[in-house]
Write a protein that binds this ligand. Structure first.
Ligand code: AMP
Ligand code: ZN
Length: 498
């Protein structure tokens, strides 16, 4: 069966058929870089990562574009509240650009640690103001706009398909409760394309435009940048479920309003939320968990990845420390299982990966497992089932270890739980010291040999003196069944030469 994705537009699961055979154009809404990403945001990027990896694995050349919002995102998605970037910069006594740079780097540090592949194109809003202005002009030329209070608004009443994605009814939108306090709006659903003086007096970043000196609304950046890098119509657009009723609805209205081409995007993929046991997680409400806060408690970023892919991206996932702990234990067992298979076969060197892949390819039993694994992912990216298939493969005692290892590594090209790293031999402290300073290690081992001889001759005074001498120089000896092992005491990088 081919890859099928649940399409929010139409609310059905559909076979993925790209516009151009063999290529997939994919835009995923990126972070607003006014703070660290919280672990809920990272759920969205893991979803995008799985999707990209599956598309690549199915042979598509994927152009994955992600924006960095460094201007224009107000605390309410519907033009309400304060500018997130400006507020954060003021609180921290930094410039908006400093804040953006710091949190952009922090974001990629998090995504790297979670094995999330960097998108093909990463584009900053502040570097695409001309594209936004050009797109707004097209929307204006097509008579979808009006000016009020110095701002340029999109008039949703002129766009009959407005709300199709979210299945909103135009009548309801017009009659909707007036929670929106922007008195300039003719309709509560209208939204700003370009702000001028009306909203904030001391806006840090402003640009000249046909509508006055000001800055863009938040939604227009995604339309402008996705069109620039993926064309006027493209395959997939993804983001969190919260974006359906406002952000993505507005993106569609703007893009189709400008180009006149419909559908702008063929498949809309939305991940459900990660929620805390005590309720919704949000960046602006303060108390949120970052990846680093999990690391500080001793979790590996990939434990969190394991936790996330244990749920289907379209189901709400509840975060708790207990469930993260059980994800950590499961990943630990997975790695142990994998290593134990590696120990059963000839020494597996990381360079032997091609050999393992060949072994897997020649095995009908592995092929059956891989087929089930791929079918799970083709079925709207069912990572929980795919993960179960990986476990099934590793536990299948009828499959020889080399074949199982090869099959598991192939599965991990998508799940990315760090199996390949587990193949790397970990150095003992003794091996590490030998590699770092062979001459010193040889001297130490010479003394250890003398101690062994002294003990054999029952000259315990001499044996103890050697141990004491080594101890003084920061070397600890441990007598084991297979011989004496040694290591440097902690915090002593280089002992004084013997
Ligand atoms: P933001 O940086 O706030 O623009 O959000 C970045 C991405 O994270 C968007 O795709 C949001 O829809 C998504 N997102 C926000 N909160 C959560 C959450 N609690 N769970 C899953 N995704 C979320
Ligand atoms: Zn967006």
């Amino acid at each position: 069966m081919p890859l099928r994705l649940y399409n929010t537009l139409g609310r059905t699961t559909e076979v993925f058929t790209p516009r151009k055979p063999g290529e997939a154009g994919f835009y995923g809404c990126g972070p607003t870089v006014y703070n660290f990403a919280h672990i809920g945001n990272l759920r969205a990027y893991v979803t995008h990562d799985i999707l990209t990896r599956v598309l690549r694995d199915r042979g598509y050349q994927v152009n994955h574009v992600m924006n960095i919002t460094d201007v224009g995102h107000l605390s309410g998605d519907n033009d309400l509240g304060e500018d997130k970037m400006v507020k954060s910069a003021a609180e921290r006594g930094k410039s908006v650009l400093e804040i953006a740079e710091f949190y952009t780097n922090a974001f990629f540090n998090d995504t790297n640690r979670m094995n999330i592949i960097r998108p093909t194109v990463v584009c900053k809003a502040t570097e695409h103001i001309n594209e936004m202005i050009a797109l707004i002009k097209r929307i204006e030329d097509n008579a979808y706009t009006y000016t009020a209070g110095g701002n340029l608004y999109f008039d949703i009443s002129r766009f009959p398909r407005y709300g199709d994605l979210a299945q909103l009814r135009m009548d309801d939108l017009k009659a909707g409760a007036r929670t929106d306090l922007d008195k300039n709006k003719r309709n509560p659903g209208d939204f700003v394309l370009w702000f001028t003086k009306s909203k904030f007096e001391n806006q840090a970043l402003v640009w000249d435009s046909p509508w006055g000196r000001g800055y863009p609304g938040w939604h227009i950046e995604c339309s402008a940048m996705s069109i620039k890098y993926l064309g006027e119509q493209f395959d997939i657009h993804a983001g969190g479920i919260d974006h359906v009723p406002i952000h993505h609805t507005n993106e569609i209205a703007q893009s189709e309003g400008a180009t006149g081409k419909t559908p702008w995007v063929r498949y809309w993929v939305h991940n459900e939320f990660l929620v805390l046991d005590r309720g919704k997680m949000s960046k602006s409400s303060g108390g949120f968990l970052t990846l680093q806060s999990l690391v500080d408690k001793g979790y590996d970023p990939l434990d969190y990845r394991y936790f996330l892919i244990g749920g289907h991206y379209r189901s709400q996932l509840q975060f708790s420390w207990d469930s993260l702990e059980s994800a950590r234990n499961s990943r630990k067992s997975l790695l142990e299982k994998f290593r134990s298979l590696a120990d059963k076969t000839n020494p597996v060197e990381p360079t032997d990966l091609a050999g393992l892949a060949d072994a897997a390819a020649a095995s009908p039993a592995v092929k059956t497992r891989l087929t089930a694994f791929n079918e799970a992912l083709d079925d709207d990216l069912s990572t929980p089932r795919a993960l179960a298939e990986l476990w099934g493969l590793l536990k299948d005692t009828t499959i020889n270890p080399r074949e199982a290892l090869g099959g598991a590594l192939q599965m991990d090209r998508i799940l990315a739980l760090g199996l390949e790293k587990a193949l790397e031999k970990t150095e003992t402290p003794q091996e590490k010291a030998r590699n770092e300073d062979p001459a010193l290690a040889a001297e130490i081992e010479g003394l250890i040999a003398q101690r062994r001889e002294a003990k054999a001759k029952r000259d315990f005074t001499r044996a103890d003196a050697i141990r004491a001498e080594l101890d003084q120089r920061g070397i600890i000896l441990e007598d084991t069944k297979t011989g004496t092992v040694w290591r440097f005491k902690q915090n002593i990088d280089l002992p004084t030469p013997l």
